[in-house]
Structures are given as structure tokens and as C-alpha cells.
Write a new protein. Structure first.
Length: 226
């Protein structure tokens, strides 16, 4: 096992900040421009905060898949490795990303909980020293973090999960092999809909001028490189 894999890998699932692709449920409540502006700014903060910590290796799982190319380097820190999320539901994309990263402990988060701290991630990796998995529950029944030690096979992980609802965490844990020990982190709030935003978060995240009504991806010529 290489030093990098021993150190552990943090995977952050991110989407290009484009209207119609990122934060569509939030956009229904506060408008597309503000929703994408919130997502762009909160994701930037999260990636920079967590991606600069030398205690783990950070990989971005990006959507659309073309965002692994050179034409998209402006979206996130260019020194961070990117892998494509791929197709299918979230469970299939999680399984595909796990196959694409080095062996060893892995912690996976989305970009919907901007309050995730370095301490949260460090705690998750610490818990994986003593447990097969770790979960960070969200208040709505989903989760903001899932981690696996990956010393034992988990062929059914993330299968038959009812995503985007109150059963997501319970179904995910049920998909792990019987006997897996699971540690839990504190409950955090993720931001999926307008009601998930409190005034403090909303004011901080849209303080700047809202983004244009749409984000255009790079031209096919610019996005073709890898």
C-alpha cells in the first residue's frame, strides 16, 4: 500500500456551477442565479478549506465528466486530482469513483454542507482506524459524509438505496455487510432547498453580486484536453 493510500483519500463530489445542473431544488425557492451563486461560493470555500490539508489526499469527483479536462481547470484548484462521477444514480457513481481511487481508507462528502470542517474530516479518518465505516448524518435522514476503511469487501455497498429522502442513510448502512462496525459523526445541515438556509448562511453566501442567469461550459475545443 502506498504512502498516499495509507494517508487516506478524501473525495469531494462537486458539480460545475451551471444553471440546470447544480442546486435545482434550491433554485426553485430562491431563483436560479442566487442558487448557483450560493453553490459556487460555498463549494469554493469547502474545496479550498479541505483540499489544502496535508493529512489526507483530496480528489474531486466532478460532474459533468468533461470537467476533468483542461478547459475546466478554472472551476476548482488545478492541483487537485479530478475523476469523473460517471452515469447512473448516486449509488452507481459512488461505486465507480471508489474503483478509480487508490486502496486504503476513504472519506466521501458532497458539496451541500458548507460547514464541514477539517476537524470533521480528521475525526472521520481517526474513527476508521477502529471501525469499518463512518457516517455523518444529515438532519433530513440523508448524510453529509460516508467513509469506508476498505479492508473488508463490501460488494453491495450503495445498492438499493432510496436517495434524496429520509431513508438514504438507513438504506446505505443496510447495504454494508452484516457485522460492519459503523461510527457516527455529529448531525449537520445540508442545503438542498430554500428552507434549509438560515439567514446567516444565506446572507454570507449571496453577499456578492449574483452570478449571471446561466453558466456556459467551455467550448468543445477548450474542454477536450485531459
Amino acid at each position: 500500500m502506498s504512502p498516499l493510500s495509507q494517508r487516506g483519500t478524501l473525495v469531494i463530489f462537486v458539480k460545475a456551477p451551471m444553471v440546470g445542473r447544480a442546486k435545482t431544488r434550491l433554485a426553485a425557492g430562491i431563483g436560479s442565479a442566487r442558487a448557483v451563486s450560493f453553490y459556487r461560493q460555498s463549494t469554493d470555500i469547502l474545496v479550498k478549506r479541505l483540499g489544502s490539508d496535508p493529512r489526507w489526499r483530496t480528489v474531486l469527483a466532478v460532474d459533468p465528466p468533461a470537467a476533468t479536462g483542461r478547459g475546466w481547470l478554472h472551476l476548482w484548484p488545478p492541483h487537485l486530482q479530478r475523476v469523473a462521477q460517471g452515469r447512473g444514480n448516486l449509488g452507481q457513481r459512488l461505486r465507480d469513483v471508489l474503483k478509480a481511487i487508490p486502496l486504503g481508507p476513504v472519506v466521501i462528502i458532497g458539496s451541500d454542507a458548507p460547514q464541514v470542517s477539517r476537524d470533521h474530516i480528521a475525526r472521520a479518518f481517526h474513527l476508521l482506524r477502529h471501525h469499518d465505516a463512518v457516517a455523518g448524518p444529515a438532519a433530513d435522514g440523508g448524510y453529509w459524509l460516508i467513509g469506508l476503511k476498505r479492508l473488508k469487501a463490501a460488494p453491495g455497498a450503495f445498492l438499493d438505496v432510496r436517495w434524496s429522502g429520509e431513508h438514504a442513510l438507513a438504506d446505505t448502512l443496510a447495504s454494508l455487510p452484516q457485522g460492519f462496525s459503523v461510527a457516527r459523526l455529529p448531525v449537520l445541515r445540508d442545503v438542498d432547498e430554500a428552507g434549509d438556509l438560515d439567514d446567516r448562511i444565506l446572507l454570507r453566501s449571496i453577499r456578492r453580486k449574483p452570478c449571471p442567469s446561466s453558466f456556459l461550459p467551455p467550448s468543445p475545443r477548450g474542454a477536450g484536453g485531459n
